[in-house]
Structure formats: structure tokens, C-alpha cells
Design a protein around this ligand. Sequence first.
Ligand code: AOY
Length: 469
Amino acid sequence: MNLVLRTDSYKFTHWKQYPPNTTGIYSYFESRGGMFPNTVFFGLQYYLKAYLQGPRFTQADISQADEFCREHFGNTLFNREGWTRLYERHRGLLPVRIKAVAEGTVVPLQNVLLTIENTDPEFPWLTNYLETLLVKVWYPTTVATLSREIKKIIAGFLERTGDPSLLPFKLHDFGYRGVSSEETAAIGGAAHLINFVGSDTVAGIIFLQDYYGARNMPGFSIPASEHSTITAWGKQHELDAYGNMLRAYPAGLVACVSDSYNVYHACERLWGELLKPDIMHRHGTLIIRPDSGDPVTVLTRVFEILGEKFGYETNSKGYRVLPPYLRVIQGDGVNMFTIQNMLYQLSKFHGWSADNLAFGMGGALLQQLNRDTQKFAFKCSAAHINGQWRVVYKDPVTDPGKNSKHGRLALLEAEPGQFVTIENVQATEFEKQDRLVTVFENGQLLVDYDLESIRQRAQVPLGIPQGVA
Ligand code: AOY
């Protein structure tokens, strides 16, 4: 699809609607509120590289858009003259300036995250034409934010009941199959990997290599069974299927879904008795995966059985830890709230350390969120008319929460992590302190963030009490 068509239909008609003598439109992007008090800005660089940098349209693209609009509106509403002039002046390059906070930065909501303005006074209508494309950073930003909030919860439990160094592996991305598209998987899978290193969403890893300069492998996985590889042996041969898993991967980590018929029988008799010597003498760790039933109920009983059959140690924090060759992963019914509930109940009522358990999260990580999860909005806040910048804002009487910021903006970091948005900024004011960085100008990408720097900015500090236990 050509870039001229990558916008909402009504935006084809907006070029006629600005006041006379408008030469500049300045707009910004923010999270107005939502589930979490801050957001991890991530994903803009992909949209700049994949859709905006370099020459992005030709005269043939303009003709195609013109024909599309004729049929779509039944009228010649398309700005053919404007786009033709834009092509003649800039040869397919986009004369806009985009500033944004560095990717991976954790910004409290209601702060400016991105601004865009046209750099050629002839094309003020181009600024908001690009809204439809740019606002899509809501998705990677929301996934990175959610994944980081869950990381804070798990960090709290590990600090109180076990070993915090295990944190990067505790939330594994199972979401590839549950997303709306391959592009969603790539973008969302990458966003999760800002915070963790475990993922089965291969598209997210390739995405980080392609668009975020990931050189070292950014996501890891291990051999694991699915139901078909167990049930294909037949119900009478579940033991053979499990024995085969241990022999097929004689060392290292291996995960085995164990609920095909009866997860309690599998843990007690098959893993806990018949295969116990093989597990103990294997050079690695078996990770048992329940996959049905109420997670807390099932995990409580699975841990009780495994503790009885394999024994456990009590760690220095007073919590029970299974032998190092045995762990559990829960991938069914997993979301932020159930993770907290599982860790809380297992530690508080049954004395199990968070060390014993990892999580696989799919739909709730990559698909069960939308633009309103963090109430993202893109709004015009200034217009250059008759040679002067004018403040532009909305403030609907029907919803004060939908007001917008005034004038040109700057983002200041008063103290580390403490941000404030300055409104009505004059031309060169705050230039030195502004955390908004010019990342794109006139078709050119000016900054190329790599995964390592993004991960560092998004890091969850350890040693600060978080969550509830
Ligand atoms: N993967 C850890 C490695 C991955 C998976 C992927 C849907 C894994 C399972 C496991 O242990 O069990 C997509 C469901 C599961």
C-alpha cells in the first residue's frame, strides 16, 4: 500500500479545512491516563524506518490515491495539487520534524512523548495526515509498559521469597498464535523483550535485529513439549512420552506439558516415582507445565505432590525451594492479576518461593490491550498563522479528561524519573534541557537507538519494595 493512502479517509479532506494563511501545524502525542501511572515509550523507530524515512511516494502513488478518493467519496476531494507540489518540492521525502523522548524512557502519564510539525510552510496539512500511522506506537508502548509492570510485581516476590537474579527469565512470551497479525507479533514480541529475555515469539526477535540493532540474541527459549507430542503416544503411553523427553534432551532445561490426562497422576506417579531417578540423574532441570484448571488450585496441589516426592530445601528467607533439577511453569490463565494471585497464595499460604515458578503469557500480554488501556491521544497544540504561532487546544465541557495541551511543548526531567511538560514554550526556550530529541527531519532518520540502551532506560530497579505479599 502506498504511503499517501495510509491515513483515515477524512484526512484526505482536511487540507481545505485549516484557517487561511496557515503555514504550520504542530501536534503532540501523550498518554492521558489509564491502568498504569507511567508508560515505557517504545516502537517509534520501527514506524520511522519502515514507513517514513527516505523517499516514500511517487507520482504514480498520487494518481492511485486520487483515483481511490474519486470512487471512495464519489467526488474529487483529494488534494492532488498539494501532493503533486509536495512531490515536486521534496521528491517523495516528508518535510516534517518529529521529536520524541528516548525509547525505553519511563514517563509519567500526561506528559508529551512525541511532537510533529511540518518544516515547509506550504504543507501544514501533512502534520496530522501522519497521525493515523504515528499513533500506532500506542501498541508497543502499552505492551512494554504492561510487561514492565508485571516485572515489578514478580521482582517484589523474588526479593521477599527467593533469588532476584532469576527475574529476566520469569515471564516468557507465549503470545505469537494469539495476536491479530504477524506484524502485531513482531512489534508486541519486541516490546516484551525490552523487559525480559524469554520468548517463543520468534517474530519479535527478528524485529529487534532488523530495526533495533540487536546483535547478541535478545530472546531465549528451551526445548518444550506441546500436547500433540505427548498425546500422539496414546493415553497408555504417557510414561513413554515423558521418558522420551528426558532422553531426547539429556542435559539442560526441558519443559513438559503434563496435563494431557491427569496432571496430579503425572506428577505423583509418572514424574514422582517411575521417572524420578531419570530426572535426578539428568544433567539439567525438568520444568513441569500444568495447563488447565484453576491455576492457584492446580499449582497448590502440584507443588504439594512434588515437594512430597522430591523433597525441598528451606532458603535463607524461610521459603520452600524444590531441588534444582525440578521447576514449574504456568502458561494457562495468566495475566497481571493472576500472576500476583498465584505468587501471593503460593508464598503466603503454602511457603513456596517464587524461585520455583515461571510464567508463560500469551493473549493477555500481546492482544488483550487497546489504545484506551493508557488512553493515548494525538492532538494539535499550536498553529502558525499569518506569521505567528497561535495556541491551539480543545477542552470539551462534556469531558474535562479530554482536554489537550497548549502551544509548543518541552519535556523536562526535573529529577531522575520525574518529568514535567512545559506548555507555551517560546522558540529557543529549554532547548538544552528538553528530553524531546529530534529523531526525524525531512525524510531522514537522525537517531538510531539500539536495544541495549532501550533496555537500560527501562530497567526495573531492584531493592525497592513493590507489590503486596
Ligand atoms: N511454549 C518454556 C519454553 C517455552 C509455548 C509457546 C504457546 C514453552 C512453551 C515452555 O517452557 O513450556 C506458545 C504455548 C507454549
